[in-house]
Design a protein around this ligand. Structure first.
Ligand SMILES: Cc1cc2nc3c(=O)[nH]c(=O)nc-3n(C[C@H](O)[C@H](O)[C@H](O)COP(=O)(O)OP(=O)(O)OC[C@H]3O[C@@H](n4cnc5c(N)ncnc54)[C@H](O)[C@@H]3O)c2cc1C
Length: 296
Protein backbone atom coordinates (compact mmCIF):
# COMPACT_ATOMS: atom_id res chain seq x y z
CA UNK A 1 0.00 0.00 0.00
CA UNK A 2 1.07 3.53 -0.61
CA UNK A 3 1.79 5.57 2.50
CA UNK A 4 0.99 9.23 2.59
CA UNK A 5 3.78 11.10 0.80
CA UNK A 6 5.06 12.99 3.74
CA UNK A 7 7.73 12.44 6.32
CA UNK A 8 7.91 12.98 10.02
CA UNK A 9 4.87 13.07 12.24
CA UNK A 10 1.69 12.32 10.43
CA UNK A 11 -0.98 14.77 9.47
CA UNK A 12 -2.93 11.58 8.92
CA UNK A 13 -5.63 11.97 11.51
CA UNK A 14 -9.03 11.50 9.92
CA UNK A 15 -12.03 12.79 11.78
CA UNK A 16 -15.52 11.33 11.73
CA UNK A 17 -18.06 13.69 10.27
CA UNK A 18 -20.99 11.31 9.76
CA UNK A 19 -22.14 7.87 10.92
CA UNK A 20 -24.97 6.13 9.08
CA UNK A 21 -26.14 2.54 9.32
CA UNK A 22 -26.60 1.32 5.75
CA UNK A 23 -28.20 -1.83 7.16
CA UNK A 24 -28.47 -2.97 10.79
CA UNK A 25 -25.04 -4.62 10.72
CA UNK A 26 -23.17 -2.36 8.29
CA UNK A 27 -22.06 1.02 9.59
CA UNK A 28 -20.88 3.67 7.15
CA UNK A 29 -18.46 6.18 8.64
CA UNK A 30 -17.58 9.31 6.65
CA UNK A 31 -14.22 10.86 7.44
CA UNK A 32 -13.21 14.47 6.85
CA UNK A 33 -10.72 17.01 8.15
CA UNK A 34 -7.18 17.66 6.90
CA UNK A 35 -6.04 14.01 7.25
CA UNK A 36 -8.96 12.77 5.17
CA UNK A 37 -8.46 15.53 2.59
CA UNK A 38 -4.80 14.58 2.20
CA UNK A 39 -5.70 10.92 1.93
CA UNK A 40 -8.49 11.54 -0.59
CA UNK A 41 -6.24 13.74 -2.74
CA UNK A 42 -4.51 10.69 -4.25
CA UNK A 43 -6.70 8.35 -6.34
CA UNK A 44 -4.12 5.57 -6.10
CA UNK A 45 -5.03 5.12 -2.44
CA UNK A 46 -7.93 2.85 -3.31
CA UNK A 47 -9.23 0.20 -3.01
CA UNK A 48 -7.88 -0.57 0.48
CA UNK A 49 -6.92 1.54 3.46
CA UNK A 50 -4.82 0.85 6.52
CA UNK A 51 -6.33 2.48 9.57
CA UNK A 52 -4.69 2.94 12.93
CA UNK A 53 -7.14 2.86 15.82
CA UNK A 54 -6.98 4.39 19.27
CA UNK A 55 -5.63 2.00 21.90
CA UNK A 56 -8.74 0.74 23.71
CA UNK A 57 -6.70 0.46 26.92
CA UNK A 58 -5.66 4.11 27.01
CA UNK A 59 -8.08 5.71 24.56
CA UNK A 60 -5.08 7.33 22.85
CA UNK A 61 -4.39 7.49 19.15
CA UNK A 62 -0.68 6.71 18.96
CA UNK A 63 0.26 6.92 15.31
CA UNK A 64 3.38 5.62 13.62
CA UNK A 65 5.39 8.10 11.59
CA UNK A 66 6.68 8.14 8.04
CA UNK A 67 10.16 8.21 6.68
CA UNK A 68 11.21 7.87 3.06
CA UNK A 69 10.69 4.11 3.18
CA UNK A 70 7.13 4.38 4.40
CA UNK A 71 5.37 3.79 7.69
CA UNK A 72 7.58 3.24 10.74
CA UNK A 73 6.06 1.56 13.76
CA UNK A 74 7.76 2.57 16.97
CA UNK A 75 6.44 -0.43 18.89
CA UNK A 76 4.74 -3.78 18.25
CA UNK A 77 1.68 -2.32 19.94
CA UNK A 78 1.34 0.36 17.26
CA UNK A 79 1.27 -2.34 14.65
CA UNK A 80 -1.37 -4.33 16.55
CA UNK A 81 -3.70 -1.35 16.32
CA UNK A 82 -3.77 -1.36 12.51
CA UNK A 83 -6.64 -2.83 10.48
CA UNK A 84 -7.41 -3.12 6.77
CA UNK A 85 -10.62 -1.78 5.27
CA UNK A 86 -12.05 -0.81 1.89
CA UNK A 87 -12.47 2.78 0.84
CA UNK A 88 -16.14 2.49 -0.08
CA UNK A 89 -16.31 6.02 -1.50
CA UNK A 90 -13.63 8.62 -2.01
CA UNK A 91 -14.47 12.25 -2.77
CA UNK A 92 -11.35 14.35 -3.42
CA UNK A 93 -13.39 17.53 -3.98
CA UNK A 94 -15.06 17.30 -0.59
CA UNK A 95 -11.91 15.86 1.01
CA UNK A 96 -13.87 12.90 2.35
CA UNK A 97 -13.89 9.15 2.26
CA UNK A 98 -16.26 6.48 3.57
CA UNK A 99 -15.53 3.15 5.22
CA UNK A 100 -18.28 0.57 5.77
CA UNK A 101 -17.62 -1.36 8.98
CA UNK A 102 -19.24 -4.74 9.59
CA UNK A 103 -20.64 -4.55 13.13
CA UNK A 104 -19.37 -7.89 14.37
CA UNK A 105 -19.33 -6.84 18.00
CA UNK A 106 -17.00 -5.64 20.71
CA UNK A 107 -14.63 -8.58 20.20
CA UNK A 108 -12.95 -6.69 17.35
CA UNK A 109 -10.81 -3.60 17.78
CA UNK A 110 -12.19 -1.82 14.73
CA UNK A 111 -15.70 -3.15 15.14
CA UNK A 112 -15.81 -1.92 18.75
CA UNK A 113 -14.43 1.46 17.63
CA UNK A 114 -17.15 1.73 14.98
CA UNK A 115 -19.82 1.00 17.58
CA UNK A 116 -18.77 4.09 19.48
CA UNK A 117 -17.78 6.35 16.57
CA UNK A 118 -19.37 9.79 16.71
CA UNK A 119 -18.70 13.02 14.82
CA UNK A 120 -15.33 14.17 16.12
CA UNK A 121 -13.95 10.64 16.75
CA UNK A 122 -10.56 10.10 15.14
CA UNK A 123 -8.33 7.42 13.69
CA UNK A 124 -5.19 7.36 11.58
CA UNK A 125 -5.43 6.92 7.79
CA UNK A 126 -2.00 5.41 7.24
CA UNK A 127 -2.00 4.48 3.60
CA UNK A 128 -3.91 2.88 0.81
CA UNK A 129 -3.70 0.98 -2.42
CA UNK A 130 -3.82 -2.63 -3.44
CA UNK A 131 -4.81 -4.62 -6.46
CA UNK A 132 -8.08 -4.63 -8.35
CA UNK A 133 -9.82 -6.99 -10.78
CA UNK A 134 -8.45 -6.90 -14.30
CA UNK A 135 -10.73 -5.50 -17.00
CA UNK A 136 -12.78 -8.38 -18.37
CA UNK A 137 -15.97 -9.33 -20.16
CA UNK A 138 -17.36 -11.71 -17.55
CA UNK A 139 -16.83 -11.31 -13.80
CA UNK A 140 -17.36 -13.56 -10.84
CA UNK A 141 -17.34 -11.42 -7.67
CA UNK A 142 -17.65 -13.38 -4.46
CA UNK A 143 -17.50 -12.46 -0.80
CA UNK A 144 -19.02 -12.27 2.63
CA UNK A 145 -20.19 -8.99 4.15
CA UNK A 146 -16.63 -7.80 4.80
CA UNK A 147 -16.14 -7.83 1.02
CA UNK A 148 -19.47 -6.18 0.27
CA UNK A 149 -17.93 -2.68 0.28
CA UNK A 150 -15.38 -3.83 -2.30
CA UNK A 151 -17.96 -5.70 -4.36
CA UNK A 152 -20.27 -2.69 -4.17
CA UNK A 153 -17.55 -0.41 -5.51
CA UNK A 154 -16.66 -2.81 -8.29
CA UNK A 155 -20.25 -3.45 -9.35
CA UNK A 156 -21.04 0.26 -9.43
CA UNK A 157 -18.03 0.96 -11.65
CA UNK A 158 -18.66 -1.78 -14.22
CA UNK A 159 -19.66 -0.71 -17.73
CA UNK A 160 -22.89 -1.73 -19.41
CA UNK A 161 -21.03 -4.34 -21.44
CA UNK A 162 -19.91 -6.29 -18.35
CA UNK A 163 -21.64 -9.54 -17.51
CA UNK A 164 -21.28 -12.11 -14.79
CA UNK A 165 -22.28 -12.95 -11.25
CA UNK A 166 -21.85 -11.32 -7.86
CA UNK A 167 -22.43 -13.69 -4.96
CA UNK A 168 -22.56 -12.14 -1.50
CA UNK A 169 -23.00 -13.91 1.83
CA UNK A 170 -24.77 -11.82 4.47
CA UNK A 171 -25.96 -12.39 8.04
CA UNK A 172 -29.64 -12.23 7.07
CA UNK A 173 -31.92 -10.71 4.44
CA UNK A 174 -31.94 -7.38 6.28
CA UNK A 175 -28.32 -6.94 5.16
CA UNK A 176 -29.09 -6.75 1.44
CA UNK A 177 -27.97 -3.48 -0.07
CA UNK A 178 -29.20 -1.59 -3.07
CA UNK A 179 -26.27 -1.73 -5.51
CA UNK A 180 -26.54 0.40 -8.62
CA UNK A 181 -24.87 -0.85 -11.76
CA UNK A 182 -24.96 -0.23 -15.49
CA UNK A 183 -23.75 -3.77 -16.03
CA UNK A 184 -25.76 -6.94 -16.59
CA UNK A 185 -24.27 -8.58 -13.51
CA UNK A 186 -26.63 -10.89 -11.67
CA UNK A 187 -26.43 -10.34 -7.91
CA UNK A 188 -27.18 -13.23 -5.56
CA UNK A 189 -27.60 -12.76 -1.80
CA UNK A 190 -26.99 -15.72 0.49
CA UNK A 191 -28.31 -15.35 4.04
CA UNK A 192 -26.70 -17.20 6.93
CA UNK A 193 -29.92 -16.87 8.91
CA UNK A 194 -28.31 -16.97 12.32
CA UNK A 195 -25.22 -19.08 11.58
CA UNK A 196 -21.96 -17.40 12.64
CA UNK A 197 -19.90 -15.60 10.01
CA UNK A 198 -17.28 -17.84 8.43
CA UNK A 199 -19.04 -21.04 9.49
CA UNK A 200 -21.09 -22.02 6.45
CA UNK A 201 -20.59 -23.53 3.00
CA UNK A 202 -22.96 -21.05 1.36
CA UNK A 203 -20.33 -19.36 -0.80
CA UNK A 204 -18.57 -22.58 -1.69
CA UNK A 205 -21.78 -24.30 -2.78
CA UNK A 206 -22.89 -21.30 -4.81
CA UNK A 207 -19.55 -20.93 -6.58
CA UNK A 208 -19.32 -24.66 -7.25
CA UNK A 209 -22.64 -24.37 -9.13
CA UNK A 210 -21.51 -21.45 -11.33
CA UNK A 211 -20.94 -22.13 -15.01
CA UNK A 212 -18.08 -19.99 -16.26
CA UNK A 213 -18.89 -19.10 -19.89
CA UNK A 214 -16.58 -20.22 -22.65
CA UNK A 215 -18.62 -19.39 -25.75
CA UNK A 216 -16.99 -16.57 -27.71
CA UNK A 217 -13.90 -16.92 -25.52
CA UNK A 218 -14.76 -14.04 -23.16
CA UNK A 219 -12.16 -12.54 -20.85
CA UNK A 220 -13.08 -13.96 -17.45
CA UNK A 221 -12.00 -12.68 -14.04
CA UNK A 222 -12.87 -14.05 -10.60
CA UNK A 223 -12.46 -11.89 -7.48
CA UNK A 224 -12.98 -13.27 -3.97
CA UNK A 225 -12.76 -11.62 -0.55
CA UNK A 226 -13.76 -13.91 2.27
CA UNK A 227 -12.89 -15.67 5.51
CA UNK A 228 -9.45 -17.31 5.25
CA UNK A 229 -10.59 -20.92 5.00
CA UNK A 230 -13.22 -20.05 2.41
CA UNK A 231 -10.57 -18.16 0.46
CA UNK A 232 -8.24 -21.15 0.47
CA UNK A 233 -11.02 -23.36 -0.89
CA UNK A 234 -11.98 -20.77 -3.52
CA UNK A 235 -8.44 -20.43 -4.79
CA UNK A 236 -8.10 -24.12 -5.34
CA UNK A 237 -11.58 -24.50 -6.81
CA UNK A 238 -11.23 -21.63 -9.25
CA UNK A 239 -7.90 -22.89 -10.52
CA UNK A 240 -8.31 -26.66 -10.40
CA UNK A 241 -12.04 -27.10 -11.10
CA UNK A 242 -12.99 -23.96 -12.98
CA UNK A 243 -9.69 -23.93 -14.88
CA UNK A 244 -8.89 -20.24 -14.31
CA UNK A 245 -5.24 -19.27 -14.18
CA UNK A 246 -3.49 -16.89 -11.78
CA UNK A 247 -4.00 -13.91 -14.04
CA UNK A 248 -7.74 -14.51 -13.97
CA UNK A 249 -8.14 -14.70 -10.23
CA UNK A 250 -7.66 -12.47 -7.22
CA UNK A 251 -8.53 -14.29 -4.01
CA UNK A 252 -7.94 -12.48 -0.73
CA UNK A 253 -8.38 -13.82 2.77
CA UNK A 254 -10.14 -10.85 4.40
CA UNK A 255 -10.19 -12.20 7.95
CA UNK A 256 -9.72 -15.46 9.79
CA UNK A 257 -12.26 -16.82 12.20
CA UNK A 258 -10.78 -16.96 15.71
CA UNK A 259 -7.81 -14.68 14.95
CA UNK A 260 -7.56 -10.94 15.04
CA UNK A 261 -6.04 -9.26 12.01
CA UNK A 262 -2.59 -8.96 13.55
CA UNK A 263 -2.43 -12.67 14.32
CA UNK A 264 -3.83 -13.59 10.92
CA UNK A 265 -1.28 -11.38 9.20
CA UNK A 266 1.57 -12.80 11.26
CA UNK A 267 0.69 -16.43 10.65
CA UNK A 268 -0.30 -16.17 6.98
CA UNK A 269 2.40 -16.29 4.33
CA UNK A 270 2.69 -12.54 3.98
CA UNK A 271 2.99 -9.84 6.52
CA UNK A 272 -0.25 -8.23 5.41
CA UNK A 273 0.55 -4.82 6.77
CA UNK A 274 3.93 -4.36 5.13
CA UNK A 275 2.91 -6.15 1.99
CA UNK A 276 -0.06 -3.95 1.39
CA UNK A 277 1.83 -0.70 1.72
CA UNK A 278 3.17 -1.34 -1.74
CA UNK A 279 0.90 -0.30 -4.53
CA UNK A 280 0.73 -3.30 -6.79
CA UNK A 281 -0.47 -2.90 -10.32
CA UNK A 282 -2.01 -5.76 -12.14
CA UNK A 283 0.84 -5.85 -14.67
CA UNK A 284 3.40 -6.17 -11.91
CA UNK A 285 1.33 -8.91 -10.43
CA UNK A 286 1.53 -10.88 -13.61
CA UNK A 287 5.26 -10.41 -13.91
CA UNK A 288 5.81 -11.54 -10.37
CA UNK A 289 3.48 -14.52 -10.64
CA UNK A 290 2.30 -13.34 -7.28
CA UNK A 291 -1.32 -12.82 -6.49
CA UNK A 292 -1.62 -11.23 -3.12
CA UNK A 293 -3.09 -14.32 -1.57
CA UNK A 294 -2.70 -14.61 2.14
CA UNK A 295 -2.97 -18.36 2.54
CA UNK A 296 -1.67 -21.02 0.24
C1 LIG B 1 -8.22 -5.82 1.73
C2 LIG B 1 -9.24 -5.93 2.83
C3 LIG B 1 -10.36 -5.11 2.84
C4 LIG B 1 -11.32 -5.22 3.85
N1 LIG B 1 -12.42 -4.38 3.82
C5 LIG B 1 -13.34 -4.45 4.82
C6 LIG B 1 -14.45 -3.54 4.87
O1 LIG B 1 -14.59 -2.64 4.03
N2 LIG B 1 -15.34 -3.67 5.89
C7 LIG B 1 -15.20 -4.63 6.86
O2 LIG B 1 -16.04 -4.68 7.77
N3 LIG B 1 -14.16 -5.48 6.85
C8 LIG B 1 -13.22 -5.41 5.87
N4 LIG B 1 -12.15 -6.26 5.87
C9 LIG B 1 -12.07 -7.28 6.92
C10 LIG B 1 -11.52 -6.70 8.22
O3 LIG B 1 -10.21 -6.19 8.01
C11 LIG B 1 -11.47 -7.82 9.27
O4 LIG B 1 -12.76 -8.31 9.52
C12 LIG B 1 -10.81 -7.35 10.55
O5 LIG B 1 -10.41 -8.49 11.29
C13 LIG B 1 -11.75 -6.53 11.40
O6 LIG B 1 -11.02 -5.99 12.47
P1 LIG B 1 -11.59 -5.94 13.95
O7 LIG B 1 -10.61 -5.11 14.69
O8 LIG B 1 -13.02 -5.55 13.97
O9 LIG B 1 -11.51 -7.46 14.46
P2 LIG B 1 -10.12 -8.22 14.93
O10 LIG B 1 -9.63 -7.56 16.18
O11 LIG B 1 -9.22 -8.26 13.77
O12 LIG B 1 -10.68 -9.65 15.25
C14 LIG B 1 -11.27 -9.98 16.52
C15 LIG B 1 -12.11 -11.24 16.37
O13 LIG B 1 -13.21 -10.98 15.50
C16 LIG B 1 -13.25 -11.92 14.45
N5 LIG B 1 -13.74 -11.23 13.24
C17 LIG B 1 -13.08 -10.36 12.43
N6 LIG B 1 -13.89 -9.90 11.46
C18 LIG B 1 -15.09 -10.50 11.65
C19 LIG B 1 -16.33 -10.45 10.97
N7 LIG B 1 -16.52 -9.64 9.91
N8 LIG B 1 -17.35 -11.19 11.44
C20 LIG B 1 -17.21 -11.98 12.53
N9 LIG B 1 -16.04 -12.09 13.21
C21 LIG B 1 -15.00 -11.36 12.78
C22 LIG B 1 -11.82 -12.42 14.31
O14 LIG B 1 -11.77 -13.71 13.75
C23 LIG B 1 -11.35 -12.40 15.76
O15 LIG B 1 -11.77 -13.58 16.41
C24 LIG B 1 -11.17 -6.17 4.88
C25 LIG B 1 -10.02 -6.99 4.88
C26 LIG B 1 -9.08 -6.87 3.87
C27 LIG B 1 -7.85 -7.75 3.90
Amino acid sequence: MKPLDTTGELPAVAEVIRVVDVTPRMRRVTFGGPGAALYASDPTRVPNIKISLPDPETGELDLPYFDHEGVVFRSPRQRELVRTYTVRRMDPDAGEFDIDFVRHGDGGLASAWAERARPGSTLGALGGGGVVAAESDWYLLVGDETALPAIGRMVEALPASARGRAIVEIADDGERQELHTDSALEITWLSRNGAPAGSTDLLKDAVAAVDVPTEGDPRVFAWVGAEARVAVWMRRHLRETKGLDRKQTLVIGYWRRGDDETTYGRTADHDRVDDEYDVELYDELQDDDHDHDHDH
